[in-house]
Write a protein that binds this ligand. Structure first.
Ligand code: GLC
Length: 612
């Protein structure tokens, strides 16, 4: 898989490097905490642009200028090994950090489509926008297999099926790398299987189940030649993944033959030990090769050098890590690449292009899952007097969710190019009207034949999206692991939508009480307990986080395209407030989805659901 000639080049470079330069290559700093001069002086191996971290006015030209400066400094070999620096970003549903980038549905919606070809198209479009920014590395795809939808990162998964995660994740990674962007499979391993869905928590499973559910999705993308992989914050059976020698070295590197870079997550090594030197020693010796140490990277370099000099970390391990880093850079062609400013497409500012927006709209449309449709409420007719209401009806930020322009996502229509669901409906049905305060108080059966009410969650990312009751859970989760936990403030305490967002049920019931049939459209990063909202609605659509092209949602509501999405995981019933995903007690099983002409999308799923 690797060009043996490059191995010769690799060995020669390695031999010429000092210990400090080698450790520099093992270091990834965040762009705000390292200058081009630092990259040169310390021979830093990589720079990351964290969620929402963008240069200048956040134009493609600003991104190129930034990466060009890092590049020029890195390759200047006066008193430096002159090794090009990699720059990475979380372009998890399009190049979300870049203002004006195309914003696609998050993975949970792509799981509802379950089309590897579509995922590959999205990866290619995303790669073009990443390369236009002068970047080389995307911290995606997530191969997470969610097991409890209280997890705040449910929407970054393709659902709860390992086969789908592997199939779609492999399609994404392969297409991304074919377009010239390095993929990063994450998070290794078991991130979606934590106790009570606590982000960064404890995944307690026998090896056979961990392998079948959480390791399995990595096999195809690894076989396809994925070159980097990110360790997970969670622990497995009490031991943190960031310090897990079996998972990283014995399984991934030795048994599965992975020859690329294993990257830590954001300060993920901190949780191994209160003593930073000990944490570094444990993680390096477990097999991590590159360290995402955004701010404290200088301390990391100092302390790792001390660990080597004191004999706690061998030069063999350091040379293995640096060989992997050089191998990826050689394999990717980084040493022969032109500077970012001279690369094809660099600085292109015509994003989002029409073809990319069309693709995002198609993906949004195909991800819609119709769960209920009484009295043929859907599809709507353009001649109907349509009232549009709900807090998420006219909010591109909310329909995009986290990892969009900012880490935790945006509110409103000003910072993302696209169309809200309301704007999409209005474009297709010009007589539609928007409820003045979005709350449906102006609903009037004399003027409105039907209402579309867009409800649901507001944006979040990572642990800030967790659903969690009480702080005792931190203690319990913490007591289950050898190391530290750092849970972020949760999104809420209940998966019951009417408890977390009572304004939504109030809006639905206010309009329905006036005799106007309601079509509920749920914006959410996950299934929620929505039995009361479904009961109050004539039709109900799971819209997930459809991205910036709200017209795609409107096209299914208005029958321009038929519903085709199917649940990528079970939809909880009224009693299933614990988030555990099981078809048995589900309101709707995985695979369920209706067409608006009342036909079923998938006969097998409906038969399983006893749809006679
Ligand atoms: C975060 C996430 C990881 C992301 C990284 C860089 O903590 O866990 O998915 O790639 O930091 O932003």
């Amino acid at each position: 898989m690797w060009d043996r000639d490059q191995e010769g080049v690799l060995a020669a470079r390695l031999k010429s490097m000092t210990l400090r330069q080698k450790i520099g290559q093992m270091t990834m700093a965040e762009r705000l905490f390292a200058s081009p001069e630092d990259v040169k002086q310390f021979a830093l191996g990589a720079i990351l642009c964290g969620g929402g971290s963008h240069p200048g006015s956040n134009s493609a030209a600003d991104w190129v200028a930034m990466n060009d400066a890092f590049w020029q400094a890195a390759v200047d070999d006066t008193d430096s090994p002159g090794i090009p620096v990699l720059v990475g970003v979380d372009a998890v549903h399009g190049h979300g950090n870049l203002r004006g980038a195309t914003v696609f549905p998050h993975n949970i919606g792509l799981g509802a489509v379950d089309d590897a070809g579509l995922v590959a198209e999205i990866a290619r479009a995303t790669a073009k926008e990443i390369l236009a920014s002068g970047l080389e590395w995307n911290f995606a795809p997530a191969l997470s297999v969610v097991q409890n939808c209280r997890w705040g990162r449910t929407y970054e998964s393709f659902g709860n099926d390992p086969g789908r995660a592997g199939r779609l994740g492999a399609a994404y990674a392969k297409a991304l790398q074919e377009e010239g962007v390095i993929a990063c499979l994450k998070h290794w391993v078991g991130d979606g299987g934590t106790w009570q869905g606590m982000d960064q928590g404890e995944t307690t499973l026998p090896w056979e189940e961990l392998e079948a559910t959480h390791v399995a999705p990595y096999l195809a993308p690894l076989a396809d030649g994925a070159m980097t992989l990110m360790a997970s914050f969670n622990s497995w059976n009490g031991d943190k993944c960031h310090g897990h020698r079996f998972l990283i070295t014995e399984l991934l590197k030795e048994k599965l033959g992975f020859e690329g870079i294993v990257l830590s997550d954001w300060d993920g090594i901190d949780y191994l030990d209160k003593d930073y030197g000990a944490a570094i020693r444990k993680s390096v010796n477990a097999g991590l090769d590159m360290f995402m140490v955004p701010e404290r990277w200088r301390e990391f370099i100092e302390k790792l050098e001390a660990q080597v000099r004191e004999g706690h970390v061998s030069m063999t391990r350091i040379d293995d890590a640096v060989s992997r880093i050089l191998r990826v850079k050689l394999r990717y062609g980084l040493f022969d690449a032109p500077r970012p400013a001279l690369r094809p497409g660099a600085g292109e500012s015509n994003f989002p292009t029409a073809p990319h927006r069309d693709l995002a709209r198609r993906a949004a449309r195909q991800s819609q899952v119709l769960l209920k449709n009484e009295r043929q409420t859907l599809p709507l007719k353009r001649s109907q007097r349509i009232l549009v209401a709900g807090k998420n009806a006219d909010n591109i930020g909310h329909q995009c969710g986290g990892w969009t322009v900012s880490w935790q996502g945006e509110n409103g229509n000003d910072t993302i190019i696209g169309e809200s669901i309301w704007q999409g409906i209005k474009a297709l049905a010009p007589s539609a009207v928007l409820s003045e305060n979005l709350d449906g108080a102006d609903a009037d059966p004399n003027h409105h034949d039907v209402a579309v009410v867009v409800i649901g969650e507001t944006p979040y990312a990572e642990g800030h999206g967790d659903i969690r009751q009480g702080d005792h859970l931190f203690v319990e989760a913490g007591s289950m692991i050898n190391g530290l936990m750092n849970p972020l403030e949760a999104y809420g305490q209940s998966l019951v939508l009417a408890e977390r967002h009572p304004e939504d049920l109030a809006c639905l019931e206010r309009i329905a009480a006036r005799g106007i049939p309601v079509v509920a459209v749920l914006i959410s990063g996950r299934p929620l307990v929505t039995s009361r909202e479904i009961a109050a609605s004539a039709a109900f659509v799971a819209s997930w986080l459809p991205g910036a092209e709200g017209r795609g949602v409107a096209e299914t509501l208005l029958g321009i395209h038929e519903f085709s999405g199917r649940l990528p995981l079970p939809w909880p019933g009224p009693e299933q407030t614990d988030g555990v995903l099981a078809d048995s007690a589900a309101e709707f099983p995985a695979g369920f989805g209706l067409q608006s002409n009342a036909k079923v999308v998938d006969r097998a799923a409906q038969v399983a659901y006893k749809m006679a």
